[in-house]
Design a protein. Structure first.
Length: 106
């Protein structure tokens, strides 16, 4: 499955637009990860556990979007957009969403 943020695929022709597809993932708070990130805020450095979680959440949202596109008969998703938002009563969770247009290209 081809997936791109651009509205077209170079060298390919969009034969049919099938519609909007999306995928969402929500990351919950984890006290051990939060403590480690807090220490990094004090002493400096990267919060690798958060980075790994964010990468996994982003890939999960993209995979959900791809599965939805496959279910529609698409062989590509164009115009993909990723969005990151905090959710929950005190912003303790992160939502990652991916959306794009499912298409058939040749």
């Amino acid at each position: 499955m081809l997936v791109t943020t651009t509205p077209t695929l170079e060298g390919k022709t969009v034969r049919k637009y099938l519609g909007l597809v999306s995928g969402e993932t929500i990351l919950g708070a984890n006290i051990f990860r939060d403590i480690g990130a807090g220490l990094r805020d004090i002493f400096g450095g990267r919060a690798r556990s958060y980075e790994r979680s964010l990468i996994e959440a982003k890939q999960s949202a993209i995979n959900q979007m791809i599965e939805q596109a496959k279910g529609m008969g698409a062989n590509a998703v164009i115009g993909v957009s990723l969005d990151f938002e905090t959710v929950g009563s005190n912003g303790s969770m992160l939502m990652v969403s991916a959306s794009g247009t499912a298409v058939i290209v040749e």
